[in-house]
Design a binder for this molecule. Structure first.
Ligand SMILES: Cc1cc2nc3c(=O)[nH]c(=O)nc-3n(C[C@H](O)[C@H](O)[C@H](O)COP(=O)(O)OP(=O)(O)OC[C@H]3O[C@@H](n4cnc5c(N)ncnc54)[C@H](O)[C@@H]3O)c2cc1C
Length: 386
């Protein structure tokens, strides 16, 4: 980077994307200030996948998840019918071996700890809810709900699905509701096979049962319902158990083993893909830029990749606005594709009627291994260079 003084990047949001960006930018000598709306750094108590591409991208930043202490590499990834009959094993373990980086499942809090460890001292101001920004020829000024202000050379909106920075960049938008709910929890379930991921498919419903290591299982369930019902869902564990009453024993056992307060519910949503993520000295990253449905397990992975590419662009392009546009153009096609692939897969996975389900299951049973490899490898490979 060629400026006369070290620039300062204001990062809004200390989620996975904001924290990774802070690590990546500091590694190239850029000052960062992170502002987080929450009053404490804590995460909802569920797991998530960090697939091979995201693990590779974290590796370029020297971030090691420390799998001996947290998380579990995927050893087997199975698709099954709702009553537990195998449909297909996906070659994610083999692709991870080929790429030299496994796909991993981890508790969100553990991922957050790994990122905070990598950050060292914490340039994070908590309880700071950004409300808007202004730009000048040589800087940005961010306003916070409590009247505070922050000034810097770059503004990075890493403030998630409901980003206020995106709202100012893109104008008001409506979320795209997918028409189903996701329930999620982490529990000490009856022991699952080490490193296993199992996705059960039923009519308009799915269940995921995932070993995140160290005696913990992450599970999620989905069920088709109207967008309004998914947004306003008020049920409890008994309702979830009822929704999966005829499913495989281990599915029901996982729900039974989970305390009510450990379960969270979120409506399945994404947004129309945004072509322009910023202007001048402002840009977006992660869910603020390209929120996607969860079917590929890549939302956090894309935030991590964004952070690495942003730092590379700022390190190699001297003019700050040009560096931000370069970052956006390097990320646009990859993230556009994954938003679309996640939508398509989600639609197929949530099929309710017997015929489409039968065709889907037959496809996954018989599709050649080489096609599965190709489809998955294109998502799981992180390409460092532009
Ligand atoms: C059910 C479900 C399952 C998922 N599973 C996976 C998975 O397995 N693998 C995967 O890769 N991804 C998964 N995702 C997606 C993943 O959680 C997101 O893509 C990822 O968290 C995005 O990171 P982010 O940093 O962009 O946003 P977030 O993690 O949402 O972080 C945004 C941060 O900004 C803060 N913030 C918000 N507004 C303001 C404001 N005005 N001022 C200051 N701070 C603010 C928030 O408090 C938050 O800390 C899943 C998502 C869901 C809903």
């Amino acid at each position: 980077m060629a400026p006369n003084r070290t620039p300062k990047v204001i990062i809004i949001g200390a989620g996975i994307g904001g924290l990774t960006a802070a690590v990546a930018l500091r590694r190239i000598g850029i000052h960062v200030e992170v502002y987080e709306r929450a009053r404490a750094l804590r995460t909802a108590g569920t797991g998530l996948s960090i697939m091979s591409n995201a693990l590779s991208a974290l590796g370029t930043l020297g971030i090691d998840l420390g799998l001996d202490r947290r998380g579990r590499a995927i050893e087997s990834f199975q698709l099954l019918t709702s009553d537990g009959r195998p449909i297909r094993t996906l070659p994610l373990k083999q692709i991870g071996d080929r790429l030299g980086a496994p796909s991993v499942n981890i508790h969100r809090a553990d991922l957050q700890h790994a990122l905070l460890d990598a950050l060292g001292d914490r340039p994070i101001t908590l309880g700071a809810a950004a409300s808007g920004f202004e730009t000048t020829a040589d800087g940005v000024r961010v306003h916070f709900a409590d009247g505070r202000e922050a000034r810097g050379d770059v503004l990075l909106g890493a403030d998630g699905f409901h980003s206020v920075i995106r709202r100012q960049v893109a104008g008001p938008e409506k979320a795209r509701e997918a028409g189903y709910i996701c329930w999620l929890a982490t529990a000490a379930c009856p022991q699952e096979p080490g490193g296993s991921v199992r996705h059960y498919w039923g009519p308009g419903q799915r269940f995921g049962l995932i070993d995140i290591g160290h005696g913990r299982t992450y599970w999620w369930g989905t069920k088709n319902m109207s967008p309004a019902a998914a947004r306003g869902w008020q049920g409890d564990r008994r309702d979830i158990a009822l929704a999966f009453v005829d499913w495989a024993d281990e599915v029901q056992a996982a729900i039974r083993a989970t305390p009510q307060q450990a379960i969270i519910s979120v409506p399945a949503q994404d947004r129309r893909f945004l072509d322009r993520w910023g202007q001048g000295r402002v840009t977006l990253l992660g869910d603020a830029a390209h929120p996607m449905l969860t079917s590929l397990g890549q939302g956090a992975g894309m935030a991590v990749e964004d952070a690495v590419v942003l730092a590379e662009s700022l390190a190699t392009v001297a003019d700050v606005p040009s560096a931000l546009r370069r970052y956006e153009s390097r990320r646009r096609e990859r993230t556009r594709q994954l938003v679309q692939k996640s939508r398509t897969l989600s639609l197929i996975e949530q099929f309710e009627r017997p015929l489409p389900r039968a065709l889907r299951d037959a496809y996954f049973r018989w599709v050649p291994k080489s096609v599965l490899y190709r489809q998955n490898q294109s998502v799981l490979r992180y390409r460092a260079a532009a």
